[in-house]
Design a protein around this ligand. Structure first.
Ligand SMILES: Cc1ncc(COP(=O)(O)O)c(C=O)c1O
Length: 412
């Protein structure tokens, strides 16, 4: 699809005023922008990412020891400062209408019907719909507490090689920070190892196998340290696609996302984007640029983090109080979700008594089964649920969890 799409004339037409400032009229923020995105926002975005990745944490929260540790890890596995400056160049960035648009366009550019995408088991369920609608197949890779199970990734790749399907494998999709739905964060070492493993299988596959890192929740951290992205790993420039968003750390209503991509993929994505919308809302991009360039973005982010941290505490406290003892979960360290595992006897799916009863009591959760890809090699678990503390007030969280707890106790 990416190869088939020609460079639409709209893209270069819209870029003309930028290349020739004398053609500019009126207030730029109220005009169309360019397909690839506002140059200042692209620069601010990649500069920020470079800072995050090279400090091993935001300046305000990383301790000196953590930063030293991060640079030691990078010294072993990461690119030289010159290489990394190139990887974080604004020229490699595209601004998108939410990161969802990037996930869609990228999948369309990279994959043909029948191709295979490796995903975490469980994964971001909205991405699974993109995969399904493009006629792609999935293989789920098990998750451990610090990201994908590398042994299972290797086993999956070997099985695909044996069955002659490796040539159809195009990428590994990781939601690497405070994962939606489980809240798990992938360690840097695992990103490095996964990237190496994909590289090893490329010869047999006969084409590149990309690592698509979806970092949607990266900045919503309220405990622990930031982890460098896969862009900081060796060989990242050619194989890592970084999908980021300003929805989560700034405003979901803005729906401004971004991608950092290897050059051939960037070109293909920008061509497809020209046919989608020939550029993300310029007004919103200007707004974000200004917020980032001033200290407003940081201030807002810090307030959001505190708010979500308080809500997470309220949710976990209510779960301890109201849920039966055999329901298990991890305390979130960032993001917007708690992933709860119920005893095997309680189903959580859309048709389950639990889901229907919760709905009647005004409580909505995401059934775990929706977050598992259709993978013929295993059955989908159906006794988990993703509970969000994002938009509800603390009082609503307490009331909702109490009602959900009462339903669970009834069913058990
Ligand atoms: C993991 C993940 N990726 C991407 C997105 C899309 O976010 P947006 O399109 O608002 O940037 C979401 C939204 O919930 C998400 O959870």
């Amino acid at each position: 699809m990416g190869r088939r799409t020609q460079a639409p004339p709209i893209s270069w037409l819209m870029k003309l005023p930028l290349d020739h400032p004398s053609l500019m009229t009126g207030r730029m923020a109220l005009q169309y922008g360019t397909t690839v995105g506002d140059p200042q926002l692209r620069r601010l975005t990649t500069d920020r990412l470079w800072q995050l990745d090279s400090s091993g944490g935001t300046r305000s929260t990383a301790s000196l020891i953590d930063r030293r540790r991060a640079s030691t890890v990078r010294a072993r596995v990461g690119p030289s400062p010159r290489e990394s400056k190139e990887i974080y160049s604004a020229e490699r960035a595209v601004i998108t209408s939410g990161s969802q648009q990037l996930l869609y366009m990228l999948t369309e550019c990279l994959c043909d019907p029948g191709d295979v995408v490796l995903v975490e088991d469980p994964t971001y369920f909205v991405y699974l719909s993109i995969v399904q609608s493009h006629g792609l197949l999935c293989r789920g890779v098990r998750l451990a507490g610090d990201g994908i199970d590398l042994a299972h990734l290797e086993q999956t790749l070997k099985l695909l090689q044996r069955s002659g399907e490796l040539q159809r494998v195009k990428m590994l999709f990781l939601v690497s920070y405070y994962q939606n739905p489980t809240g798990i964060t992938t360690s840097f070492v695992k990103k490095v190892e996964a990237l190496k493993m994909l590289k090893q299988f490329e010869r047999a596959a006969g084409h590149p196998i990309y690592l698509l890192e979806d970092a949607a929740y990266r900045e919503l951290r309220f405990a622990g340290d930031d982890v460098p992205s896969a862009l900081a790993a060796n060989g990242a420039g050619e194989r890592v696609i970084y999908a980021g968003t300003y929805s989560k750390p700034f405003a979901t209503g803005a729906r401004v996302g971004f991608g950092i991509l290897p050059e051939p993929l960037l070109d293909a994505v920008v061509r497809v984007k020209a046919n989608h919308d020939f550029g993300t809302s310029n007004l919103l991009q200007q707004l974000l640029s200004r917020a980032l360039a001033s200290c407003r973005y940081e201030k807002h982010l810090s307030a959001l983090r505190h708010r979500y941290a308080r809500k997470a505490v309220a949710m976990v406290k209510a779960m301890r109080e109201h849920f039966p003892a055999d329901v298990l979960w991890e305390e979130p360290r960032g993001g917007l979700y708690v992933w709860a595992r119920l005893p095997g006897s309680v189903k959580s799916g859309l048709k389950s008594k639990l889901f229907q009863s919760a709905l009647r009591h005004g409580v909505l959760y995401v059934p775990g089964e929706l977050c598992y890809a259709d993978d013929p090699t295993r059955r989908k678990p159906n006794h988990e649920m993703r509970i969000s503390f994002g938009s509800a007030t603390e009082a609503d969280i307490r009331a909702g969890i109490a009602r959900l707890g009462a339903t669970l106790r009834e069913l058990l």
